[in-house]
Design a protein around this ligand. Structure first.
Ligand code: ATP
Ligand code: MG
Length: 286
């Protein structure tokens, strides 16, 4: 039997651990490249930070500078420092304007594009270090179905698949859903976000098409994450290297992102993880 002191110590420890494990991980992925993952990740992160959430944006498009360019951050350290054992994940966080904590995926380092299976698993696992630091961890994945993307998407609490309305983008989004489903199980339920829509109606049609085929052929239920309108303000904000939600908060794109952030914020009720993160991550890369 535990003494009273020991029992209360244990209760305190368990409570602390629960508290430390409340960060929700959102992976932003796409089949086709250039559909707006980074622009959306950066803006979603900024918008959630403005609501008082502690947000970490993890640039998992390794070896290519993405999020740091849009946030105008010149990173002094990157995930490479973590992989090479020079720094911890916490130590490579850089504060960006708008209150977002950024982890750079490194730029122009060939080694990052060619990680071993173990290194990839370690990187995904190292997100766990950030759980106590953040309410939400947004992982901006590279395009396509590389093992790194599949690993992050599989480990996340929510996978947001970004597509544009045109057919190539739709086909590739479906391909990503298919590969993910084959790797994991049919309880996996991605969110679909239609970027660069010309209207709400068009976005809804795109969602219906993807969700219908995913259900029919894969028995996967795809959730509707909504849409972001095609908007010149987004292009202008990218050029200025300021998130559109800060640069042009009243623009159509910024309003759509605000709506998305509200939905995400509501849906991400903190829950205790069922299994250790590392255990979930191991096996994902096989
Ligand atoms: N809603 C939008 N309206 C207009 N332009 C947009 C919108 N969303 C993104 N863009 C433009 O599309 C371009 C590509 O966006 P972004 O770099 O975010 O794509 P990506 O999916 O991250 O690309 P990659 O696959 O290379 O990582 C950006 O330069 C941005 O200006
Ligand atoms: Mg990108």
């Amino acid at each position: 039997m535990l003494g009273q002191d020991q029992a209360s110590k244990l209760r305190r420890l368990v409570a602390q651990q629960k508290q430390a494990r409340t960060a929700r991980i959102i992976a932003v992925a796409s089949g086709k490249g250039g559909v707006g993952k980074t622009a959306l990740s950066v803006n979603l992160a900024t918008s959630l930070a403005a609501k008082g959430r502690r947000v970490v944006l993890f640039d998992a498009d390794l070896g290519l500078a993405n999020a740091e360019v849009l946030l105008n951050v010149d990173p002094a350290c990157t995930v490479l420092d973590v992989l090479d054992g020079r720094k911890t994940m916490r130590q490579v966080i850089q504060e960006a304007a708008g209150g977002v904590s950024l982890i750079s995926g490194g730029s122009g380092v060939a080694r990052l594009a060619d990680l071993s299976e173990f290194e990839r698993a370690r990187l995904v696992d190292s997100l766990e270090e950030l759980e106590g630091e953040a309410d939400i961890i947004i992982v901006d994945c590279g395009a396509g179905i590389s093992p790194t993307v599949l690993g992050f998407a599989g480990a996340a609490d929510m996978t947001m698949i970004v597509t544009q309305p045109e057919p190539t983008s739709l086909t590739d989004a479906y391909a990503l859903i298919k590969v993910m489903t084959q790797r994991y199980d049919d309880s996996w339920s991605p969110q679909l976000l239609v970027n660069c829509a010309t209207s709400r109606k068009e976005a809804q049609e795109v969602y219906q098409r993807i969700s219908r085929v995913s259900w029919r052929f894969l028995k996967i239920s795809v959730q509707d994450a909504g849409y972001v309108l095609r908007d010149e303000a987004m292009v202008a904000a990218v050029k200025q290297r300021v998130p559109v939600v800060l640069h042009r908060p009243r623009s159509a794109a910024a309003r759509c992102i605000e709506a998305l952030a509200r939905t995400v914020d509501k849906s991400l009720v903190p829950v205790e993880r069922r299994v250790g993160f590392f255990r979930r991550v191991l096996g994902l890369f096989k």
